[in-house]
Design a protein around this ligand. Sequence first.
Ligand code: PHE
Length: 477
Amino acid sequence: MSPQKKIASEGPGSGVQERSSWSGKWGFILAAAASAVGLGNLWRFPYLAAKYGGGAFLLVYLILVITFGFALMMGETALGRMTGLSTIGAFKQFGKKFAFIGVLASLVPFIITPYYCIIGGWVSKYMVSYLTTPADVIAGDKYFTGFILNNPMTYAWLLFFLACAFIVVGLGVQKGIERANKVLMPTLIGLSIVISIYSLTLPGALDGLAYYLIPDFSKMSVNLVVAAMGQMFFSLSLAMGIMVTYGSYLDRKTDLEQSVRRIEVFDTGIAFLAGLMIIPATFSVTGSAEGVATKAGPGLMFGVLPKVFETFGVMGRVMGFLFFALVFFAALTSAISLFETCVSIVQDMTRRSRGFALVTSGVLITLVGIFVNMGYNIGLGWDPMHSIFGFGEYQDFQMLDFFDFISNTVLMPIVALLTCIFIGFIVKPQKFIDSVRESSDFKGAKLFSVMIRYIAPICLVLIFVFYILNTMGIVAL
Ligand code: PHE
């Protein structure tokens, strides 16, 4: 996040504060897009879409983004702009008893950042591998598992990625990174289009395209909807207070609705492209829809794309390096946004210096990151879902998946639900609509209030109930 000029503005209720602001509308859009576009789009979206039936998942995801995602992002940014405060303060502004919503939201970045950096480490490893290793070796079946099971190296790459994020935040050079992003993002899009078109020429890839684009309604399930919703929060950086903080840097002139739409189109466009690049190619590798669904997991991108690059011959290495380098930058800007959020939360809560907050968050995230990474290596022989909650069959326990589950499937829907109730019934949507209208028209005002007040909360509760019943084996949906 790089608020560009310092101004003194009044934080309502908390006296005059030094606050930063974006330089114009594009400053906000670019920073929010840099936070939104990352591993969520490139790594997480394709494997979830592949796992949950392709077209059916895509359809549910798109519907969620333009309805619920839109309403929530409008609500969060407007809340930030209205109060001029970051998460906890913004909720507290309307009564001390609401501060807990901000506190819950603030937990999310602390859970996500450690495992985000682990995947960032995998990306770094692949980026560097293409400089040192032939493309056909990287495309080998055992390459990924060989790496994951290699204890010391996974830690080394995690620490490498953490250090990159830490150094950027510590030196306060985000602005430079974000400026570089203006060139890197379009390059990433260009390269993804080339790779997508190429993957479609692989044998069997067109069946994969059909799998990705044509919804098969028999694949609809509660788990699909829960996964799509968690992915929407994750990818748009919602339900964790980040957009509240970003909104607090916005001036009253910015057209909020248009900005939010642009961020959504950009973020969803990149996720869609990532799916196009990976899913047809996976189909070509595995040969069937079942193959795609069973192969899909956190390792999908690392297993499938190298096989595509391999077929490029000599150019494969260049493409591989370029691609993973671009993903690395997209992941880094998101990690910076996560990191920066953790730092500001620690700073707000402890009222200590930025240096103190930086070091505390850095140490905490590193320790948790190392702990999560242990799940891939020493196997704790324990399944918390089964042992604590009594859910489902005992499964081999992956700590990374568990952290991902706690943030995206448990905490974020709860934060989203509380935010809806807070906006819909405590502050009231009209107040938000008036605030948005200070600067522009709000065409989606009706959608916003109906979503926030009724549809989103009711759906959230229903989804939650059915999800639990489903997981406990009481109903099969
Ligand atoms: N939205 C980012 C992504 O898709 C992840 C992220 C979440 C970044 C929350 C910042 C805050 O990769």
